[in-house]
Structures are given as C-alpha cells and as structure tokens.
Write a protein that binds this ligand. Structure first.
Ligand code: FEO
Length: 394
C-alpha cells in the first residue's frame, strides 16, 4: 500500500494484505485484511503509531523512505500482537534513535515476544501526554481491547483517535475511508464478533471514554478509517449492550439425517412462533458467520448426533468457540439424536460455562425422531417464545 495522507501532516503508511485468509490459524478472513500504521509529523518531533505484520515490513519501510522520513523520534506501540508490533525490530534498525512509547505491560510483552532491548522504551501511564511540538499525543490505557496491554492514542489538536484493534475490520480494500455503510457495518460486526466480543463488558465502558474525547476521526489499525465516528460508536453501543434479538442461533451437524430432521422441524416451529432462526450446518459453515450471529441472539440451541458416547467433534469445536466468545445469549438448549446412549446434552451444557444462559430442557431422542420427539421440539419452541417475551427480546 502506498502512503496516503489522511489529514495535513498525518499519513497512513501501513500495508494491505489482500491474500490473507486466516488469522491466528483460526479466524477466517474472507476479505483479507490491512495492517494500518500512521505517521504523525509535529513541528519538533515525528511519531509512528503502530507498525505492521512482519510479512509486510518492507511495505512500511518503503512508505517511510518514499515520504523522505529520515528521523522518527517516537514509535508508539498500542498493542504487542505481532500484526501491529511485529515489524518493530526492523523499524528500530532503520531508525535506531527512536524511542518505543508504550505502557509497562506492553513493554514486557514486546521484550518477551520480539526481544526488543529494554533500553529502547519510554513508558507511559494512563492519560500521559507526549508533545510533538505543535501536536500532542495522549495515551489512554484500555486493557482487554484484545490483550491486557492494549491502549489507545489520541492526537489531541486534530482530534484523531488511533485505537489499534478496537473498532477495526478485517478487510483489504482500496478505500482509505469508510464508504459503503452496509459493507463496512458487516465487516466491523464480524470483526467485533471474532475478536472483541469476549471483552464486551470492558469495551462498553471504553465507548463512553471515546465519546468524551469527541474525536472527528477514528483510525484503527485494521480496515477503513471512520470520518463519522458516530457510525462505529453507535454500532458498538448496540453490540455491547444487553439488548438481545428475538432470534435463535442453531449450529448443527447430522450424520445419518435424524438430527437434520429435528433441525428442520425445529426451524419451522420457531419461525411459526415469530422467532428468527439462523441454522449453521457445521460441515459447511464459515465459523466467522456463526460468531457474527452470536452477537445479538437471545438463544443458542446446539444440535448434535451422538458419536460413541458424546457430541459430534464438529459440534464440540463450535461449542468450545462459542463459549470462548462469551456471547450475551440469555438462554441455551440442546437437541439431537443417539443410537444406544450417551451424554451429549450434559457435555454440551457444561461446555457453555462462560455463557451466562438459563438452560432450557433439551430434546435428545433415540434414532429417527417420532411424533413424541416432534412434540418435544414444539415444547422447546414454546419455552423459547415465552422466555423471549419475558425479557422483551427485540
Ligand atoms: Fe490486530 Fe490483536 O491484533
């Protein structure tokens, strides 16, 4: 990516990764991603905010060279994860006099992960400021906007916020600034679901902190820059709120058709009661789509066949992921089929210990579902409809 000016004297100098399709060997990236880094020139000092993934370090260096940057005084590291900090050792080779500006926790991680020499650091605390001459950087410590050391950097006079991961999107695109509202919303929601949702309660407080700064621009380190901060702040207000949708997320696997028949019947039973439903066939689904559905849904129902004595391994994987993401679902249940026994429902319910959901009585039947089994699914759909009404799911 070529360097592009986002405001007078402030440049986007990072890289676009058009081809990356997996993050952390876990998260699908159907649209690639970008590693945004920003160069801020003050009257007296120059600061680089974040670096890029090491696979793109030459993009960053060549952008700085093309801009004629002979001296960097400060390299601000908002987050120690390698997709933002991984090029720091190389940048320090090109700019050996630069001080690495970050908080103490981030310093410790950078030393451990990248072997950055301890003497390179200038440590900042929450709300410390750093003058560039006519421009001032303010640092706001926001633990768990992915990792425990994460922080935001605010350029006070220009009112530009650099939040690193927070408010980001995994998308590779030519547009520096957000343009297509709906596409941007979907990308940002997917990113929130996959990366930020486990930290929902912390992030809710940080949104108020960010609003109090009255930023005119939010420039994250993945995806587009927001010239209208209210767009992404309003979306985060909604996603982090306790409001849940009148919706059931229904991940399932079926081996011989019995569980699939239950899923089909149950899907119709929910729809007939005015409840939206999102079934995900785990043999085919993109796990990111499932994560996105978990952002809002009031209820999770997991459907599984029994393999030996427990749930299907695909279902175990999806349940483990859903539990790690800590969605705000208020209710959970299990449906499925078995041949000769097993404890699928008990095992799956125990796996959801991070989801603070009330468990509704599961429907697990032997073999192909019969009339009694279908009446059980009707009962579960009735229970869900009643519960959603009680909590005013929207
Ligand atoms: Fe974009 Fe937590 O790294």
């Amino acid at each position: 990516m070529v360097a592009r000016e986002i405001s007078a004297g402030i440049w986007s100098v990072g890289a676009i990764d058009w081809d990356r399709r997996l993050f952390d060997e876990l998260i699908p990236l159907p649209n690639g991603t970008s590693y945004n880094a920003y160069l801020v020139r003050g009257r007296d000092k120059t600061a680089l905010i974040d670096t890029v993934d090491p696979s793109k370090e030459y993009d960053l260096v060549s952008n700085l060279i093309r801009l004629g940057i002979e001296k960097i005084d400060y390299i601000v590291i908002n987050h120690a994860e390698q997709d933002h900090a991984g090029s720091l050792p190389m940048i320090l080779e090109f700019y050996p006099d630069a001080a690495v500006v970050t908080n103490a926790k981030c310093r410790d991680l950078l030393i451990a992960l990248l072997h950055v020499p301890p003497e390179k650091f200038k440590i900042v605390a929450d709300r410390d400021i750093l003058s560039l001459g006519d421009r001032t950087l303010e640092f706001i410590l926001t633990p768990w906007t992915h990792w425990p050391e994460t922080q935001l950097t605010f350029l006070c006079e220009d009112k530009i916020l650099f939040p690193c991961d927070l408010f980001g999107s995994h998308v590779a695109g030519s547009d520096l600034f957000m343009r297509d509202d709906w596409a941007a919303y979907v990308s940002a929601k997917r990113y929130y679901a996959e990366i930020m949702m486990p930290f929902r309660n912390s992030i809710r407080g940080y949104i108020d902190t960010v609003r109090a700064l009255s930023p005119v621009m939010i420039a994250p380190s993945h995806g587009p820059i927001y010239k209208d901060p209210a767009f992404i702040l309003d979306a985060y207000d909604d996603w982090t709120s306790d409001t849940v949708r009148n919706e059931v997320v229904l991940p399932f696997t079926s081996m011989h058709g019995s569980t699939a028949k239950m899923v089909d019947y149950f899907t119709d039973a929910l729809l007939a009661r005015g409840i939206a439903v999102k079934p995900f066939n785990l043999s085919k689904t993109d796990i990111g789509e499932l994560a996105m559905a978990l952002v809002d849904a009031a209820t999770i129902v997991i459907a599984t066949p029994t393999v030996l004595f427990g749930p299907h391994p695909q279902v175990i994987y999806a349940t483990y992921l859903a539990n790690m993401l800590r969605p705000k679902a208020r209710f959970a249940s299990v449906i499925g089929s078995y041949g000769w026994g097993g404890k699928s429902a008990e095992i799956l319910v125990k796996m959801l210990d991070h989801v603070k959901a009330e468990v509704l009585e599961p429907v697990v039947v032997r073999g192909l579902p019969d009339e009694t089994a279908l009446r059980g699914l009707d009962r579960l759909a009735d229970d869900i409809a009643r519960k959603h009404k009680e909590i005013s799911a929207v």
